[in-house]
Design a protein around this ligand. Structure first.
Ligand code: ASP
Length: 339
């Protein structure tokens, strides 16, 4: 082979590799769980694909307009919070006593500033309240009535708690309660923890999360949820806990988790992924896989999304499905549901 031919082959090989290394600017999830194609109608599947696509496009618009990754995360999560399809905002699941208690967190990867709210009942878009805690208070986390009050004071949209009532989620609670009492009878009245005893973790999926990378090279991550169906009053999951369900650092990655929150808290999942990257030099995909596998090994289920500042995305999960998607720097949308 003459030199010219070798050069041409090398050039082609490099171009192919580069073409494969897509740069992503956003990744989202809409919850993980027993999502099986056989249980899905064509209409429902289309509705999820449309909602995920719209969410990605709204965030992408912000990035294209030169706005910050925080703006992109907030805009994207608003779309999902306003849709009854997801367990966040409008479509939040019910607690054991029939209320909707919402959690959310957001983190700025450039400054490591973070904001979170938990157990709120009147804030239409909890992700904006989390952002307000980060930007308009000296705190990181506010809970319950105080957080609701703060959101009102800073001018966020407040709704009657009835706004969060949807038939799907109400029926989900009734089903969980029925299973719960059946289980209690089987256990001869030895009623275990509301969540662990019923293994009702399939009633929870639909939490939403987003990680975005803006034109200035800054990452942000956010998560918003109604938690788990039939959760005990006052229970808080991983989503609003910085380092557990949500974390972001420009030096490593932005991460948002979904699944059985107790396991994600106990494994400090999001921060551990960041630490493996920072201290061990692992790639985002390697780090995320190790920690997600650990959750699975302990008996937890769920998944996560992560995006590093070079635009590498990973979306591991150990459930049958996870609503998820990402968008490339040049605006190509990818949306997935099943394994
Ligand atoms: N992780 C959430 C929680 O435990 C629920 C979910 O992601 O589905 O509150």
């Amino acid at each position: 082979m003459n030199r010219l031919k070798i050069l041409a082959v090398l050039l082609l090989a490099t171009l192919t590799v580069n073409a494969q290394q897509k740069k992503y600017v956003m990744v989202i999830h809409g919850g993980a769980g027993t999502i099986l194609k056989k249980n899905m109608t064509a209409e429902k599947e289309a509705a999820y694909i449309a909602a995920l696509t719209k969410a990605l496009q709204e965030g992408y618009k912000q990035i294209q307009a030169g706005k910050s990754s925080l703006d992109a995360v907030e805009a994207t999560i608003h779309v999902m919070e306003d849709s009854p399809l997801f367990n966040a905002g409008k479509g939040a699941v019910f607690t054991h006593d029939g209320r909707n208690e919402l959690d959310a967190a957001i983190m700025n990867g450039k400054t490591l500033q973070a904001g979170a709210i938990a157990g709120v009942t009147t804030i239409k878009n909890p992700i904006s309240a989390a952002r307000a805690v980060m930007e308009k208070s000296e705190h990181v986390m506010m809970v319950g009535d105080g957080a609701d009050k703060f959101a009102k004071e800073v001018g966020l949209e407040i709704v009657d708690p009835k706004y969060f009532w949807t038939p799907e989620r109400w029926n989900g609670l009734q089903k969980a309660l029925k299973e719960d009492s059946a289980k209690a009878v089987l256990d001869h009245g030895n009623k275990k923890s509301m969540l662990l005893g019923t293994k009702n973790h399939d009633y929870k999926f639909g939490t939403v999360g987003c990680v975005a990378l803006d034109k200035a090279g800054n990452l942000s991550a956010g998560t918003s949820t109604g938690g788990m169906t039939n959760k005990k009053y006052g229970r808080v999951g991983d989503a609003p806990i910085i380092g557990a369900g949500t974390y972001c650092n420009n030096e490593t990655a932005g991460i948002s988790c979904t699944g059985w929150g107790e396991y994600y808290i106990r494994n400090v999942v999001a921060k551990t992924i960041s630490d493996l990257m920072e201290y061990k030099g692992l790639s985002v995909a390697e780090a995320a896989k190790i920690v997600q596998d650990k959750v699975a090994k302990m008996g937890g289920d769920g998944g996560l999304i992560a995006l590093d500042r070079k635009g590498n995305v990973t979306m591991p999960f150990n459930t049958e499905g996870m609503y998820r998607g990402c968008i490339t720097a040049d605006g190509k949308v990818e949306v997935y549901i099943y394994k």
